[in-house]
Design a protein around this ligand. Sequence first.
Ligand code: F6R
Length: 254
Amino acid sequence: MAILISPTPRAGAISAAAMLSTWLDAGELAVLGVATGSSPSSLYEELVRGGHPFLSELTVFALDEYLGLPPGHSESYRSVINREIAIPFHLDQSRVHVPGEGAPEAYEAAIVEHFGVDVQLLGIGSNGHIGFNEPGSRFDSRTRQVALAESTRVANARFFNSLGEVPTHAVTQGIGTILDARRLLVLAFGATKASAVAAALEGPLTEDLPASALRDHSDVTWILDTAAAERLSPAALQVDFERSSHPRTVGGAS
Ligand code: F6R
């Protein structure tokens, strides 16, 4: 596991884009698992700014999608992915997969048909969710319908006109599905994520904190800003909270 602490979210996005570009150059990234929300949006901008020639050859699988929004709603994750990824990356629509548009089993099968996800991008909820796997989700869960935690609906109300408009349910890749990806890149910025980040990296492995499951993965990089990292212990970083743009390897974690 590696932890990269960047001075700002934008610097974190630039570092993440550089990592993805390296993997694209090396032929190690053809299938990208994409997250929506605030955390990865600057990363997508940086990738487009970099103009990597292979961007349009990516196949993308979304983590999750709301249920119950009218077709074409601007905040459906299909719409967000079109706006932030498919159009700017010049992706053919056949390369863009979003759950909830068919059976969950068919979504899992489509991932397998593409030989799995090479790099899965993740944000983290302030309650520790990944995808829409809310606290209590099993670590071996697969793509399925879920109810959103009230705190998630409140957090995401900023994208809607009112809390009442935020869907109550969603379809999400399961934690087991996420852990099947060959590499994980987790982005967390801001003080509202600090407790969840510390619990995920240093607390118990527990279904109460879904992101703690990421410690079971053999290739995960956390990209944090200083605010999101502020509750990590010096031991976790193996440094005395020195701010650094170099990745820190957390000893003992796999
Ligand atoms: C979005 C997703 C969620 C978000 C998380 C953080 O596709 O799966 O887990 O990554 O809620 O959201 P932001 O980045 O908006 O703080």
